[in-house]
Design a binder for this molecule. Structure first.
Ligand SMILES: Cc1ncc(COP(=O)(O)O)c(C=O)c1O
Ligand SMILES: N[C@@H](CCCC[NH3+])C(=O)O
Length: 461
């Protein structure tokens, strides 16, 4: 059994995370529950910052908010000295609400809306990572309107195919993201940006994909970007002073995964860039990375309560939990694999093979195929799915109108809610029932009784 971060097993045989007994967490906060090991998140953040500090003068580690984000996470990342990679107006608003200065944000997206660009320019977002020439034209107009001159990067595709699920590769020619180098479009885009006085082109960006184990893909991407910098300098005289190499480092979900340590990734990137800078006679750029999964992934655990257990003799046993694809869509989307433990039977032999099923109305709502769990697992037990810190809460849905779970940060035996559990009322909070669809007499009754729980919201204006 592989335990992560601060995880241990106590003398009751219960899983402990951040000094908190997982069974007690489930009792106190309910299930499903996302539990984030704060000390482990901080440790990963520090590993990035420290590794750069030892090797590079000018750098930024921008935590990729999309992996897991809420106001508390923004504040925590900021406390650790991280910048933030944000990809929507909502992520910008969350970062600003947490007190992160706009200057520390890198704004991404392959189709940013005019409203989002307006917000980014008005709030003074540090770098806008322009994905295409259409966006450049929108940004140019917005900058002129506001009389500002935003600093931008151009997002390029370096033509590197990372070995990972094809839904999460992004650096190859055939991608919806970025401007390809190999077609000549990237050079043309640089020229266009340099001809656009409303923006200041300060750097280039590439992100080759996610959940990557082979550091050589990063080396090749870094080298190609530097070679492109040299070509651009030759052609235009412009020097790329900031190079953003994205995120993508893999984590361990199961025994089959063998991720490289954070320090090794940073060593590979800095070596590749330094080598190329020397060979191509380029100044060392400010280096930026955007890790998401490798900071929060292994730090998360989702707790569920075991419900119905359905045995089909000679076929399989379905063990149903009170969550599923709503709180973790990754198995359904990417055939992602996870390890599970029964949090209240950590010392039991894992001899019973089950299929962990969610409760959504989808046969594909299977969290884990062929999990080995304690033989006497029974309804009411607490099941923990490990390594759910990245792309679980952030991709959660309310399919079937299931409220989304709470998130707690745990550290040194203390558990704090950082996202409260949604209620059935939350799930229908934005519903509007037009008067013509109201049941006869409902409005009069609501007015007379002073708007009880079933009162229909009245839209005005
Ligand atoms: C532009 C960009 N940067 C950073 C990331 C973070 O990636 P990861 O969570 O794999 O580190 C992503 C997502 O893959 C991304 O699209
Ligand atoms: N959502 C994906 C990662 C996407 C990376 C974002 N560019 C996952 O869960 O693996």
């Amino acid at each position: 059994m592989h335990l992560y971060g601060t995880q241990t097993v106590n003398d009751k045989g219960h899983l402990v995370v951040g000094g908190c007994d997982a069974v007690e967490l489930a009792r106190e906060f309910g299930t499903p529950l996302y539990v984030m090991d704060e000390a482990f998140i901080r440790q990963n953040a520090r590993a990035y910052v420290q590794a750069f500090r030892e090797r590079w003068d000018r750098f930024a580690v921008a935590y990729a908010a999309k992996a897991f984000f809420c106001t508390a996470m923004a504040a925590l990342a900021h406390q650790e000295g991280l910048h933030l990679d944000v990809a929507s107006g909502g992520e910008i608003a969350t970062a600003l609400a947490a007190g992160v200065p706009a200057e520390r944000l890198f704004f991404h997206g392959n189709n940013k809306s005019p409203d989002e660009l307006a917000l980014a320019v008005a709030s003074g977002v540090g770098r806008i990572v322009v994905d295409n020439l259409y966006e450049l034209s929108l940004l140019r107009a917005e900058a002129a309107r506001q009389g500002a001159r935003p600093r931008i990067y151009l997002r390029l595709t370096p033509g590197v195919s990372a070995h990972t699920h094809h839904y999460i590769t992004t650096g190859q020619l055939d991608s919806k993201f970025g401007i390809p180098i190999e077609t000549g479009d990237a050079l043309a885009a640089v020229r266009e940006a340099l001809r656009t006085p409303e923006v200041e082109l300060v750097g280039l960006h590439a992100h080759i994909g996610s959940q990557i184990f082979d550091l050589n893909s990063f080396r090749v991407a870094a080298a190609r970007m530097m070679a492109f910098c040299a070509a651009v300098r030759r052609e235009t005289g412009w020097t790329c002073s900031e190079l953003d190499l994205g995120g993508g480092l893999g984590v361990r979900y199961t025994a089959e995964d063998d991720p490289r340590p954070i320090e090794e990734l940073v060593a590979v990137l800095t070596e590749a860039v330094a080598e190329q800078a020397a060979a191509l006679d380029l100044p060392l750029p400010r280096l930026v990375v955007e890790p998401g999964r490798s900071i929060v992934g292994e730090a998360g655990v989702t707790l569920y309560t075991v419900g119905a257990i359905k045995e089909i003799p000679g076929v399989r046993t379905y063990l149903a939990v009170d969550g599923g694809m709503n709180d973790n869509p990754r198995p359904a989307l990417y055939q992602a694999r996870y390890e599970v433990v029964v949090a209240n039977r950590m010392r039991a032999e894992r001899v019973r093979r089950v299929t962990v099923a969610g409760r959504a109305c989808e046969s594909g709502d299977i969290l884990v195929h062929d999990a080995d769990v304690a033989a006497d697992v029974e309804p009411g037990d607490v099941l923990a799915v490990l390594v759910t810190g990245a792309y679980n809460y952030s991709m959660a849905s309310t399919y079937n109108r299931f409220p989304r779970p709470a998130v707690v940060f745990v550290q040194d035996g203390r558990a704090e809610v950082v996202v409260r559990r949604e209620t059935w009322d939350d799930v229908r909070a934005h519903d509007v029932l037009p008067p013509r669809l109201r049941p006869a007499g409902a409005a009069e009754e609501a007015a007379a009784t002073g708007a009880g729980p079933d009162a229909v919201p009245v839209e005005r204006g």
